[in-house]
Design a protein around this ligand. Structure first.
Ligand code: AHR
Length: 819
């Protein structure tokens, strides 16, 4: 901690020195120097374009301690984002062009900059001669580097240095964490705070502020929210789902045991062309058993009923076969049993119901009673007890946990899943509706398989069931910005759907709107929706186009085409655009420029940040230009700490930031934490809001924060003034409050966050908000930063003026009734 404190002092002093030096330096600094630009070969340039300066081309000084000022964003995260042999040249207009090799086969990357600090969108792969030029070798800090030299003004080098120093200073602030509080706040006494509302300043805020973002990541869908209990029911798993893993194939999770019995996969005459693989069982001795392991087993609830179904067929020359369907626990005890007889020569659905004897962990067994050949597909076991009893529905406990947040919208199906790993992996909504056997399953870019059993119909149905607005997200004609490139541009990152295919792609998007909202009798897609069981329109209002894409020419061209087409045909639909994966940088800046240019009604911002970042950016939206037409959807955010845990530290940071989001609810229209769900042992991303296994749902502390905000949302924000008896800015930053009114109930809700290691004695003054009823409901979430406490709710006495103690590290919500 001492070190940290010293670093802040040193940085502060060096800032002062820089400023003082600037006054005197005009006389003593050169007009121009040599600037050497290079990337280090030891990491294939992944740390980016670096600079060094020299007066004499003999002695070189690293700029910004050798930091990278431009990093290649081509291809997959990590090892593929290389910058080989960069060449920097000055353009006739005074700007700069950097050209580098992407790898051994994909050509060159290029980016332009006016000041070498801010770089415009990168372009690749380019065929160019700008890469040609003289490279030299120079020694910087004892290491030989290869690059090229330009003559530049000293001011330019100075700007590069200051940019680096500013970032260093920011990094120190963003590294602030409660673990340092003991020293930071040594001797701090409980703080007194007076909070006085200013009802005359009340403003309307979004009534959709808190929603959820569901992505099929971490086994959130199959094996998770989607209640199907059979894994790989359609025999469509494929090694390509998992980078060629040969064990991940059509027989995954299945096993046939029996003397000389064979289990093969055929594709010659499937149930549906979209579902080509099916199982062929050849039984030599009665009693052979086909088993399915489920998703980490099949957890039964005592006494509950389970629908079993399959598509079956008996090939010519073979006799019908009775299948004994059993659910067997690890002791070999039968926990549920039924039978079906497959006899049809053509594909036919067979169904039965099993009742679970106890709450056992089981697997499925199909015992074949006769010899001969049987063909099977779509073998399914579904609890009848789904959320709201929906057929092909959602796991009741998980869905209820989501519903309890009271989310005002649901964004789906991704995230990266929406725009996919390469063009061929873009999520196609039409493949996810209609009969299950006709849906087209797909590789999930998080390394597994999507059956699409949880498809657009189910997403929309869920939204309706929980009273949330659906927010489907579709690719903007480009795949994920981190897609792999294998020299195949169509499949890779910057492929972009070919222009000749864009009209059809755009039509698909327009069809989605018709499917959701069109008349059940008069429109083609409205009819399709009605046939699925929902004649009434779903009343879609929002549609997301793109997900944190690279804002390049390829993106811009396609996004604009889609945006204009929606605007023309469905002007009432609110399109949500995208501004990259971070809260700053090229995609953010260029994304916002595009939003301004096109007048996009809303854009989706994403940032996963440290507690210190959130602490020091509570004014992120306070400074938003209110004259802009574009509203913000903070579609993905979460606090990340080392070890990527979810605890009171992360939850409280989010609670604090949410006070700022409510305050800015006139600009920030929607927010959603990410990711939402994660199955234990199948987690690709941490932290997540809710963990689960087959039996339990394990909400994190952050979940309770989301729930408290969701259940205590307001339609109006009532500004207030906080006066503290402690003027230390570090103290001020750690106390947050937000007061809102819910116009439907008239309730006034006070949210108070204390991120200090001492209590805050608060006096809340509520003049002019109407007569406050004496009893209010209070919920407090309190605990040490590393703990994972549960909220505690009680009733307290309140009035137009009342006192409330905020325990150290706590989040308090008080719901007041007014007359
Ligand atoms: O939330 C996990 C991932 O983070 C999303 O898929 C993507 O949009 C972001 O990078």
């Amino acid at each position: 901690m001492k070190k940290l404190f010293l670093l802040v002092i040193v940085l502060f002093l060096s800032f002062q020195q820089v400023t003082l030096a600037a006054i005197g330096e005009a006389a003593n600094t050169p007009d121009s120097v040599f600037l050497f630009s290079y990337a280090t070969s030891r990491d294939d340039g992944r740390s980016g374009l670096r600079f060094a300066w020299s007066m004499d081309q003999k002695h070189w000084f690293a700029v910004g301690q050798g930091t990278g000022y431009l990093r290649c964003d081509y291809s997959r995260w990590g090892s593929q984002k290389k910058m080989l042999d960069p060449f920097l040249k000055q353009l006739p207009d005074g700007g700069w062009l950097c050209t580098w090799k992407l790898n051994t086969h994909d050509g060159y990357g290029q980016a332009k900059s006016k000041d070498l600090v801010y770089w415009e969108s990168q372009k690749y792969p380019q065929v160019t001669s700008d890469f040609e030029g003289t490279r030299v070798k120079v020694t910087i800090d004892g290491q030989e580097q290869t690059g090229n030299i330009n003559r530049v003004s000293w001011t330019l080098v100075d700007k590069l240095t200051k940019h680096y120093e500013r970032n260093q200073y920011r990094n120190v602030l963003h590294a602030e964490r409660p673990v340092q509080d003991k020293e930071r706040f040594a001797g701090l006494k409980p703080v007194k705070a007076t909070i006085t509302v200013q009802p005359e300043e009340t403003k309307e805020i979004s009534n959709l502020l808190l929603g959820i973002f569901f992505e099929d990541i971490n086994y959130s869908a199959d094996g998770g929210l989607y209640a199907e209990l059979i894994q790989n029911r359609d025999f469509e798993y494929d090694p390509s789902d998992r980078e060629g893993d040969k064990n991940w194939n059509s027989t995954h999770s299945w096993k046939l045991e029996g003397d000389n019995a064979t289990f093969t996969i055929n594709t010659s005459d499937p149930v549906h062309p979209n579902n080509p693989h099916y199982a062929v069982l050849n039984i030599q001795q009665p009693g052979a058993v086909l088993t399915n392991a489920g998703f980490d087993g099949i957890a039964l609830q005592a006494g509950e009923k389970y629908d079993f179904s399959l598509f079956g067929r008996i090939p010519a020359g073979h006799k019908s076969n009775k299948l004994q369907v059993r659910l067997i626990d690890s002791n070999g005890t039968v926990q549920g049993e039924a039978s079906i007889t497959v006899s049809s020569r053509s594909w036919k659905t067979y169904k039965t119901v099993l009742t679970a004897k106890t709450a056992a962990d089981t697997h499925l067994e199909l015992q074949l009673q006769s010899v001969g050949e049987v063909e099977l597909d779509m073998i399914s076991l579904f609890p009848q007890n789904t959320f709201k009893g929906r057929k092909n529905g959602l796991r009741a406990d998980l869905a209820q946990t989501l519903a309890d947040i009271h989310p005002r919208f649901v964004r789906f199906p991704g995230g990266c899943v929406a725009h996919g790993d390469g063009l061929k992996n873009i999520y196609q909504w039409k493949n996810t509706i209609g009969p299950l056997e006709a849906r087209k399953s797909a590789r999930n870019l998080w390394g597994y398989h999507q059956s699409m059993g949880l498809g657009y119909y189910e997403y929309f149905q869920f939204c309706e069931d929980i009273g949330a607005e659906p927010l489907p997200v579709l690719a903007a004609g480009v795949p994920c910005q981190n897609s792999a490139c294998h020299g195949d541009l169509r499949g890779g990152q910057q492929g972009g759907i070919p222009m000749s295919e864009m009209p059809a792609y755009i039509q698909d998007i327009l069809d989605l709107i018709e499917w959701a909202n069109g008349d059940a009798r008069k429109t083609k897609w409205g009819k399709v929706r009605a046939e699925s069981g929902h004649p009434k329109p779903f009343n879609l209002k929002y549609i997301g186009i793109g997900n944190e894409d690279l804002i390049t020419d390829i993106f811009e061209e396609r996004f604009t085409m889609i945006f204009n087409a929606i605007k023309e045909k469905y002007p009432e639909i609110i399109v949500v655009g995208t501004v990259g994966p971070f809260n700053e940088g090229t995609d953010y800046v260029e994304g916002w420029k595009l939003a301004d240019k096109l007048g996009i009604p809303m854009v989706d911002e994403h940032y996963y940040q440290s507690p210190g970042w959130f602490l020091h950016n509570q004014d992120f939206y306070d400074k938003y230009d209110r004259s802009k037409k574009t509203k913000v959807y903070l579609g993905e955010y979460a606090t990340h700490i080392p070890g990527r845990k979810a605890n009171m530290e992360t939850a409280l940071t989010e609670a604090l930031y949410l006070t700022a989001l409510e305050r800015n609810g006139d600009v920030v229209h929607m927010t959603s934490y990410a990711p939402l769900l994660a199955k234990e042992k199948h987690t690709q991303w941490s932290p997540d809001l809710i963990y689960f296994n087959n039996r339990e749902v394990k909400p994190t502390t952050g979940y309770y924060v989301q729930k408290l905000y969701g259940q205590n949302a307001g339609s109006h924000y009532i500004p207030s003034q906080i006066i503290l008896d402690n003027q230390d800015n570090r103290v001020k930053l750690r106390i947050g409050s937000s007061i809102v009114r819910d116009s439907k109930t008239g309730d006034v809700i006070v949210k108070l966050v204390n991120l200090l290691p001492v209590s805050v004695e608060t006096e809340i003054q509520l003049p002019g908000i109407g007569s406050v009823q004496p009893s209010a409901v209070r919920t407090v979430l309190a605990g040490a930063p590393e703990s994972t406490p549960l909220p505690v709710t009680d009733t307290i006495e309140v009035g137009a003026n009342f006192k409330q103690q905020l325990p150290a590290y706590s989040f308090t919500v008080i719901r007041l009734k007014t007359k």
